[in-house]
Write a protein that binds this ligand. Structure first.
Ligand SMILES: *[C@@H]1O[C@H](CO)[C@@H](O)[C@H](O)[C@H]1NC(C)=O
Ligand SMILES: *[C@@H]1O[C@H](CO)[C@@H](O)[C@H](O)[C@H]1NC(C)=O
Ligand SMILES: *[C@@H]1O[C@H](CO)[C@@H](O)[C@H](O)[C@H]1NC(C)=O
Length: 203
């Protein structure tokens, strides 16, 4: 009996869940990968592996990820994270839990804890995520800074284009007048035909 208690305590102690980083910083709309490590077995993988990852923010708490023996349960996930969490099931064999959270929101800031239960014990690891709204300020500033020189550049291009077009039109008119006044009638006709063919290219 004592041996049984001792051995179960020993096993519980040998199953460890760690965080690779205790705190993460990210910007709104960016994505992040939260990672935990846990004790792997020397032979085979854990049976009855149960993972439940939870979050707690200043507003609410809930479930972000559930895994049981190779199956994921997206229905258990809180709406706040629906469609935004991807896990890497392949790395579970290496003793890692990787949750990729995309399109971060400032309200995602908070604590993230993964609880794990195996036939040999239970353990959990916790990290903190801080999502800042810095990108918002940069993005609202940038358009006002870039649009003015850009608008100026376009104005110059339009002015140059108009100048070129009016110069070409003037040249055309001049040639036309010169041809009409100075050349014999038959030459004028052939020339006019040529310029008429040319006309769409200029305009
Ligand atoms: C957990 O962290 C401890 C202390 O840093 C380390 O000794 C141990 O190897 C880690 N275990 C796992 C499974 O990452
Ligand atoms: C989150 O990050 C911002 C900007 O770096 C910092 O001012 C704030 O104190 C951080 N909050 C927490 C809870 O770490
Ligand atoms: C984040 O993405 C949403 C939707 O794509 C957009 O409306 C919002 O302006 C973006 N915020 C920032 C800070 O980029």
């Amino acid at each position: 009996m004592l041996l049984l208690i001792l051995s179960s305590c020993l096993c519980a102690a040998t199953f460890v869940v760690n965080v690779t980083q205790s705190s993460y910083e990210a910007e709104e709309n960016h994505s992040i990968t939260l990672e935990w490590t846990f004790t792997t077995r020397t032979q085979g993988s854990w049976k009855n592996l149960f993972i439940i990852c939870e979050f707690r923010t200043s507003v609410k708490s809930g479930v972000i990820y559930v895994h049981h023996d190779g199956d994921e349960f997206p229905d258990s996930q809180d709406d706040q994270f629906s469609g935004r969490v991807q896990s890497d099931k392949d790395v579970l064999r290496e003793g890692r839990i990787r949750l990729h959270v995309s399109r971060l929101r400032t309200e995602d800031s908070g604590l993230y804890r993964c609880n794990m239960k195996t036939e040999d014990g239970f353990n959990s690891g916790r990290c903190r995520l801080n999502v800042t709204a810095a990108a918002d300020q940069i993005q609202t500033q940038r358009p006002t800074l870039t649009s003015e020189p850009e608008r100026g550049r376009w104005t110059i291009i339009v002015i140059i284009a108009l100048g070129v077009i009016s110069a070409a039109a003037l040249m055309f008119l001049l040639c036309y007048l010169v041809v009409k006044c100075c050349l014999p009638v038959d030459v004028y006709y052939s020339d006019a035909k040529e310029t008429r063919d040319f006309n769409p290219l200029i305009v």
